[in-house]
Ligand binder design. Structure first.
Ligand code: NAP
Length: 266
């Protein structure tokens, strides 16, 4: 039996176990997906221990995504983003990857967005914002990053090809001729708030909200009212999980089964 898991602190409310176990059931794979909650300074020991015990793959979440970069062989994308959310133990040494970027890209593309040559506005410059900015830039978009702490947006824009950094106040102007908007802040999580004024959203946008609790955020309601295409955060969660599953198992992810397991719990 293969053992997979999620390492974070806290992880008790994670939706990853039912999502991945639905994939094992759908493909008749003999595996379990469990959660691990090491001490906040214990990630290096946890990764070594998992490797020694024969764990096949781990997802990584807050607060360890950045620290893990130095503990495993991070691939080029994860190193550029500065965060690892997937560890693969199937080779000689644990390797680190970032499937949040794939989650952003695939969730937009599956909803009809053409990212090559698009203009995208990313609100947020934390972990999700970094993964989003690199994902969109690598897909051929020009990326306008806005953040409450504008210096973080500008610093990030310097390391992302074809990107610029801005203050939050600039978002309405940045959106006027944009094709894609991604909320990569925590604004809207368990609250009826949006980081973007409703009046700035127009019908030519595809709007992805990384926040998935609630599924229908104020931003997505405003986007729907404006006639925009909306993509909720569960799609991003699904496709980052699918990318991790495919890396670990070599099988195409059964996304319908994974999506059903996820949405039944949201
Ligand atoms: P993070 O690294 O802590 O970054 C938080 C971001 O939110 C920063 O840009 C921060 O701006 C901004 N922010 C926080 N409070 C704000 C406020 N009141 N007004 C304006 N901006 C504010 O967190 P993260 O890991 O990037 O996660 C961000 C969100 O994405 C969370 O809701 C998380 O659940 C979600 N997420 C979803 C997925 C998915 O698969 N759907 C994956 C990853 C993350 P400052 O820099 O100014 O503090």
């Amino acid at each position: 039996m293969d053992v997979f898991g999620l390492v974070g602190n806290p992880v008790s409310h994670s939706l990853s176990p039912p999502m991945h176990e639905a994939a094992y059931d759908a493909l008749d794979i003999d595996a379990r997906y469990v959660t691990f909650e090491p001490a906040k300074d214990g990630i290096a020991d946890a990764v070594r221990g998992a490797d020694a015990l024969g764990v096949t793959g781990l997802n990584v979440t807050i607060p360890f995504k950045q620290d893990v970069v130095d503990v495993v062989d991070a691939d080029d994308l994860a190193a550029r983003i500065g965060a690892v959310n997937t560890i693969d133990f199937t080779g000689d040494r644990p390797t680190g990857h970032n499937t949040d970027a794939a989650g952003v890209r695939r969730s937009l593309v599956e909803h009809g967005a053409d990212l090559d040559g698009a203009t995208a506005v990313v609100v947020g410059a934390g972990g999700a914002g970094r993964a989003t900015a690199f994902a969109l830039s690598d897909a051929g978009s020009s990326v306008r990053i806005a953040n409450r702490t504008a210096s973080s947006a500008r610093d990030l824009a310097e390391s992302v090809p074809n990107a610029s950094g801005h203050e939050l106040d600039a978002v309405p102007d940045l959106l006027a001729d944009a094709d894609v908007l991604v909320n990569a802040t925590s604004v809207g999580m368990e609250e009826d708030a949006s980081p973007v004024a409703a009046s700035a959203i127009h019908g030519d946008l595809t709007v992805l909200d990384a926040v998935y609790s609630p599924l229908e955020t104020r931003l997505l309601r405003d986007a729907e009212d404006a006639g925009a295409t909306t993509v909720d955060g569960a799609w991003m969660l699904l496709y980052q999980g699918a990318a991790a599953f495919e890396r670990w198992t070599g099988h195409e992810a059964p996304v319908d089964a994974m999506n059903a397991a996820l949405r039944s719990r949201l």
